[in-house]
Design a protein around this ligand. Sequence first.
Ligand code: HEC
Ligand code: HEC
Ligand code: HEC
Ligand code: HEC
Ligand code: HEC
Ligand code: HEC
Ligand code: HEC
Ligand code: HEC
Ligand code: HEC
Length: 376
Amino acid sequence: MMLWILLALTVLPDSTCVACHASLREVYELSVHTPAGVTCITCHGGQTGVLETREAHRGMRRLTREATLKLCADCHTRPELMGPYHLRVDMLRYWKASAHGRAWEKGDPRAPICTDCHSSHAVRPPRDPGSPVARENQPTTCMRCHDTPEVKNYLRSRHYQALMEGRVRAPSCATCHQDHGAVRPRGAAPLALCGHCHVRERELLAASPHGDSRSLATMNACAGCHEVHGKEMRREPEALCPQCHQEPEIQAEGRWWTREIQREEAAWVAFEEELDRAEGAGVEVIPLRTRLKVRDALLAQAYAAVHTLSRDSLQRILARSQALRHDLEEALRELETHRAERKLFVGVFWFFVLVTAGVARLRIRALQKGRERDAS
Ligand code: HEC
Ligand code: HEC
Ligand code: HEC
Ligand code: HEC
Ligand code: HEC
Ligand code: HEC
Ligand code: HEC
Ligand code: HEC
Ligand code: HEC
């Protein structure tokens, strides 16, 4: 212990604090602040080189939440301090204008300040997997306060799944809500937000009857039709269109889309069952299965075409999907006929082999009998 203190004293500034606060040694080992010279005394005050509690704490300031906010912000808004580290200096400004800053202003005790999201001691850059605001950790950090069932649904979404698969483009909380802005993307905003990654859907929607700025704004663009945190981010058009349209002809339009896509999907399910059956019977279907990738791409196009609200574009895609299926059905039938013919050929072949062998045996037996007779 003495040895460690001596060693620490020679290596680290204000390390006498850690001699007593041993559990905070991680600050020295982990925090991005330590190598930058931001240490215990920078934030807390107090005396270094002293191993007596009262004396060591002399001149220490109390870090209330107000004082903490000021402490972090005082450094992080100064360009001359942050410039060398290529760090932004805008967080306080965005935070103050955000729902978080406004809640703070109103005295809401739940309003988050810097340390609620970044911690106070093990402060890490956001790209570090150990940071509480790393993309994978944002759900845990934000849901400490935002734990409504709607938001928690995110953990069951395709987006979260993609995040857990390590996909670079998977959105986490701050992707959609900004890091310090706590924005709620409404009006036309989701068009640009979601469309940043879903480019095809954005383009098709923008060119559709929903694409003018007034309609986008009244319907919250993508968020009007998709549950943004939901597991089932897709909803059946049948239930979807009546949400905003009383007109029977538009509701009928929604039913038409659902029916057409579902019918095509069902036809593919039936074809895959045929494939399974043929495979079970020994037909070599792998080349056919590989071509199902084209089917997947066409069905994805069909989903995307929903955004056009143009029957023509869907019908063109479905026609290509049907043509592909007919091709594959034909190919499967050929493989099956081929296999049946081979089976027949093999049967006939063995029949002849067996018959020839039987006849030969009889001939040999007859010859042997003849020789025995000659001998006697
Ligand atoms: C000789 C041991 C010792 C040293 C050296 C020491 N502390 Fe402490 N510190 C304690 C103890 C014991 C407590 C808990 C009792 C108390 O609150 O006084 C404490 C409490 C604290 C607290 C919490 C105070 C509160 O009101 O909750 C802070 C902050 C703190 N120390 C910071 C420091 C810093 C910064 C240094 C170095 C400049 C330092 N300490 C050096 C022993 C020490
Ligand atoms: C970047 C600023 C910063 C640095 C550096 C820092 N602290 Fe703190 N510390 C805080 C803030 C802010 C709080 C109060 C808020 C909280 O509890 O999270 C705090 C709380 C504490 C507390 C009381 C609560 C607790 O977590 O136990 C102790 C003790 C403490 N610090 C000791 C230290 C010691 C010892 C060091 C150096 C090894 C250190 N701090 C370095 C900002 C800092
Ligand atoms: C005395 C000035 C100072 C204070 C006070 C301070 N910081 Fe820092 N902070 C820095 C410097 C300098 C860096 C850059 C370190 C580096 O990148 O190597 C930094 C880095 C960071 C980073 C990592 C940024 C990145 O992307 O690399 C975060 C997060 C951070 N600070 C949060 C805080 C929080 C939260 C507080 C308040 C508890 C705080 N800072 C208090 C100076 C300070
Ligand atoms: C509601 C949570 C939250 C609060 C409050 C918050 N931050 Fe952040 N902070 C984040 C997130 C999320 C990121 C970015 C993560 C990313 O880049 O993916 C971030 C990034 C940062 C960075 C790195 C910026 C860079 O250029 O790389 C710093 C520094 C920082 N915050 C400091 C602060 C300071 C200082 C405060 C208080 C004024 C604060 N933050 C308040 C969540 C928060
Ligand atoms: C310490 C608690 C806390 C943490 C942590 C926190 N928030 Fe908040 N958040 C609040 C409070 C309080 C409000 C304002 C009151 C309200 O509308 O609920 C708020 C409001 C919001 C809003 C605006 C909601 C609206 O109706 O306009 C969004 C969006 C939001 N937070 C996102 C986030 C994200 C993203 C994170 C993580 C990076 C996060 N919050 C972390 C407490 C927190
Ligand atoms: C794909 C983008 C996206 C992701 C990821 C996302 N959100 Fe949202 N979130 C939105 C949109 C869009 C809205 C606005 C919906 C509306 O107002 O109809 C919203 C609304 C909110 C609201 C305010 C309304 C409410 O339901 O309380 C909060 C709080 C919130 N999100 C928190 C979070 C948190 C926390 C996470 C991470 C666990 C998260 N969001 C992940 C897009 C997203
Ligand atoms: C940062 C990029 C990004 C943003 C922003 C984004 N998404 Fe996604 N989205 C993805 C990824 C990645 C997937 C997973 C796709 C996959 O599995 O191929 C996905 C999947 C989806 C799916 C399911 C598709 C499927 O194949 O099941 C829907 C629906 C969706 N996103 C809607 C939205 C909406 C609505 C928004 C805006 C509120 C949004 N996305 C914002 C990247 C993003
Ligand atoms: C008018 C309602 C509506 C709007 C607005 C809308 N969508 Fe869709 N979206 C749908 C429907 C309906 C489907 C097909 C869902 C189904 O049948 O499974 C779909 C499908 C998708 C899919 C594919 C899902 C899958 O399972 O493959 C993605 C991704 C998607 N939408 C993203 C977006 C994005 C991004 C926006 C905004 C640019 C947006 N949508 C706007 C109704 C809408
Ligand atoms: C979130 C609300 C919302 C949903 C859901 C929605 N729409 Fe719309 N739709 C609008 C708005 C707003 C307009 C702009 C014209 C208006 O005010 O009626 C519009 C316009 C249209 C138009 C042009 C109408 C005209 O009179 O020129 C058609 C067609 C249409 N929608 C079809 C659909 C279909 C089909 C669905 C289901 C797949 C659907 N919409 C789902 C909000 C919605």
